[in-house]
Design a protein around this ligand. Structure first.
Ligand code: BGC
Length: 741
């Protein structure tokens, strides 16, 4: 079926036979909910009243939108992660849902040959510390979604990086709630401005992949409110996502998707969230979840596989429960009203998707800009970088640099434009086995390097044999080793070493040539036992559709590196808060438990508390120019306002990320990022920065008072280039204040 006929089909299709029993309303019948002068709440209320019970039930559950477990792709579905049939008699469009953490996914090539633009990993986006880059990336994938017929994106991952080994850190925005929530919110705003609903996910405390479907996370309320939940709160306030996806794990004994505390009390109660909660795929364990705050069951076939007696809970069981009043009819209405409300608020009725060609050149430029700005220069001995454009012989080694750049695996996997990705099916047991396919986007760093310089001066070996690589490195002026760490949803890294003998490869190359630069394409932090031996380290993460070009721009100075770490790089495994990952190596679905003893002190906050020195601190990143900070002024009162100047003291234009940390709160030592700015400065240029703290970052959540409390007293702050390089200090007094949760 072509896209055009598919669109026609979608427009006329009847949903489930349930709807067929209810007569269609006449085409000219009044549809008062289509009055755009009414609020989304008013429109949703008007439309919801018209629905039959069966139609309501039809809107609150749906299948995978791809062949799965012997079922074919549902009629009417474009093909992707999920599908919720609409109600054509009332003009309610189907929800066509696709994964989109990093671009529009095409799982199992369900839309044969359909390709998309791949953004860099979200961790790379976080490394840009640039809300504008997040917004533009969101807008770009929102446009691609709209042009492909999707109206819901499963995007907006803001789980915090509590553990650098988490297999999905590449889909998230690092270890700090303010950075994650701010950039996550901007990306969601960018998506929804294209009239496509975005989720924020995975609510909540879904911070490890090992045994994610059985893990029980133990965490205190205040600690959760000040960390994981705060990241969601910021993202929801900024991005207003139409939907919240609840996660797989349990928090304090209750599954995320039937967690009354998380869904009813915090999200819908304290935060007055007006949208709908959709489940993760295979995260629903009971019909009673409807009473605990879940509004929609997604990927329902997977639920039938879970435990004994798994069912499509929000199908017949929910209908029966409404009939016998175990679930009040009003609750089912609330579930549907919430879905419709978000559909109206984001524009799904007024601006439905329209099939359109995709401008891959323009979108590739967005991906390249994001990939470039996320690259973090970690080491640059004697300013070896940037490389001169001519006159050097270069050995390029390993990392499949001849074919492309690595991407992360799982539901977020994008088939990038160019299409001829290298795909290595690694396989493995369990639900994610077929997703474990190591994929390289076709943007070759080797090709991009050759395009910058005298191509004949650049030679490549694949790095299989360290001795061969060392021989090539010895014959060249500069050696660039590409090292990769593939991470995938559904599992964590057992440790932080570079896999497949790459540490030995780098050591051999560095021993042969002191001018060795390592380019890392990793899901997150890795150990660097060879760090002292190499001249340069460039962290490129998973750099997206145009990653090869982005890396070459940084290596040769066409771009000045401007990324800063959104996550701490540990010096060794002993620095990890949790030495073992519970359940690792056990069969899928083995019950596991973890207690987050670090509470809200994640990442750099933990290092500051215990006085440990990481390999590279949170916030760290070098540039080809230098910056200096001066003239700090801290103003108190209701909140803290921090003013200071930034000067580019070097010889190149560049971007900096001066960061402001709270270091002492009314006599209690702490370390919390309270703000930052991304500034662009010409050589010698100076600019003024003002950061105003959100009071939630200054105070604590008081469980007894059920409120945020800021104590009266002196508050000390520090301005610096990373969490450990704090150059300016100041303080001011704050009055006591209270804020509702
Ligand atoms: C993932 C979600 C994803 C969903 C649909 C799940 O396995 O955890 O992030 O959106 O699948 O593909």
């Amino acid at each position: 079926m072509t896209l055009r006929t598919r669109a026609l089909f979608l427009g006329t299709a009847l949903t489930l036979s349930l709807g067929a029993l209810t007569p269609a309303i006449a085409a000219d019948a009044p549809k008062p909910w289509m009055d755009t002068k009414l609020s989304p709440d008013e429109r949703a209320a008007l439309l919801e009243k018209e629905l039959t019970v069966d139609e309501r039930i039809g809107l609150v559950h749906g299948p995978m939108a791809m062949p799965f477990m012997g079922q074919t792709k549902p009629e009417g579905a474009i093909g992707s992660a999920g599908y919720i049939p609409g109600v054509p008699r009332l003009g309610i469009p189907a929800l066509q849902e696709t994964d989109a953490s990093l671009g529009i996914a095409n799982p199992g090539n369900v839309r044969p040959g359909d390709v998309s633009t791949a953004l860099p990993s979200s961790l790379s986006l976080a490394a840009s510390w640039n809300p504008e880059v997040a917004y533009k990336g969101g807008a770009m994938i929102g446009q691609e979604a709209h042009a492909k017929g999707f109206n819901v994106l499963l995007a907006g991952g803001v789980n915090l990086a509590r553990d650098p080994r988490n297999g999905r850190n590449f889909e998230y925005l690092g270890e700090d709630p303010l950075l994650s929530g701010t950039l996550g919110g901007e990306s969601i705003r960018g998506i929804q401005d294209q009239h496509v609903v975005s989720t924020v996910k995975h609510f909540a405390v879904n911070d490890q992949e090992t045994q994610r479907m059985t893990l029980d996370v133990k965490i205190g309320e205040a600690a959760a409110r000040e960390s994981d939940l705060l990241a969601f709160q910021f993202a929801i306030e900024k991005g207003k996502p139409g939907s919240v996806m609840c996660g797989y794990n349990k928090v304090n004994g209750a599954y995320d998707c039937e967690n009354d505390f998380l869904l009813n009390k915090v999200l819908k109660g304290d935060w007055a969230y007006p949208g709908w909660v959709m489940s993760d795929w295979g995260a629903v364990h009971s019909m009673e979840s409807a009473l605990k705050g879940l509004d929609q069951e997604s990927g329902e076939q997977i639920d039938t596989l879970l435990g004994k007696g798994g069912k499509v809970w929000f199908g017949e069981p929910l209908k029966a429960a409404v009939a016998d009043k175990t679930v009040p009819a009003e609750r089912l209405s609330d579930m549907t009203r919430r879905i419709l409300r978000s559909m109206f608020a984001v524009g799904l009725f007024d601006h439905p998707p329209v099939q359109a060609p995709i401008d891959f050149a323009a979108n590739g430029a967005v991906a390249k800009a994001a990939g470039t700005e996320g690259i973090v220069l970690l080491k640059n001995k004697a300013d070896l970088l940037p490389l001169p454009l001519k006159g050097k012989t270069i050995a390029v080694i390993g990392g499949m640099a001849n074919v492309g750049v690595l991407s992360g695996g799982g539901s977020s996997q994008v088939i990038a434009e160019g299409g001829n990705n290298v795909r290595i099916p690694l396989g493995g047991d369990g639900l994610m086995g077929s997703f474990r396919t190591m994929t390289f986007h076709p943007s070759s760093p080797l090709k991009a390097i050759r395009a910058k310089t005298d191509a004949k001066a650049v030679r490549f070996v694949d790095g299989t044999y360290p001795s061969e690589a060392a021989a090539l490195a010895k014959s060249a002026d500069v050696a660039i080793v590409f090292a990769t760490q593939w991470m995938c949803e559904g599992g964590d890294a057992a440790d932080l070493s570079l896999p497949s003998g790459q540490d030995a490869l780098i050591a051999a190359v560095a021993a042969a040539n002191p001018n060795t630069i390592v380019v890392l394409e990793t899901g997150g932090p890795v150990h660097m036992p060879w760090l002292d031996k190499v001249a340069g380290v460039v962290e490129a993460w998973y750099p997206g559709s145009r990653g090869g070009e982005a890396i070459a721009d940084v290596l040769f100075g066409d771009a000045n590196p401007a990324g800063h770490l959104p996550i701490t790089f540990p010096a060794d495994d002993k620095q990890l808060v949790h030495r073992d990952i519970p359940g690792i190596g056990q069969p899928e679905f083995t019950p596991a438990e973890i207690t987050y003893t670090e509470g809200a002190d994640i990442g750099y906050r933990h290092y500051a508390k215990v006085g440990a020195k990481p390999l590279f601190p949170f916030g760290f990143g070098l540039s080809y120019t230098r910056f200096a900070y001066s003239d700090v002024k801290v103003t108190g009162g209701a909140t803290l306002t921090v003013d200071f100047d930034v000067t580019n003291t070097g010889k190149r234009a560049g971007q900096d990320v001066p960061q402001v940390y709270l270091t002492d709160a009314a006599g209690t030592k702490t370390q919390r990022l309270i703000g930052w700015s991304k500034v662009t400065l010409a050589p010698g240029g100076k600019t003024h920065v003002t950061v105003t703290a959100d009071p939630r970052l200054l105070g604590n959540f008081n469980e007894a008072a059920h409120a945020w409390k800021v104590a009266a007293g002196d508050y000390q702050v520090a301005v610096g280039a990373s969490a450990t390089d704090l150059t300016l200090k100041g303080k001011a007094a704050l009055a006591a204040s209270t804020r509702q949760p």
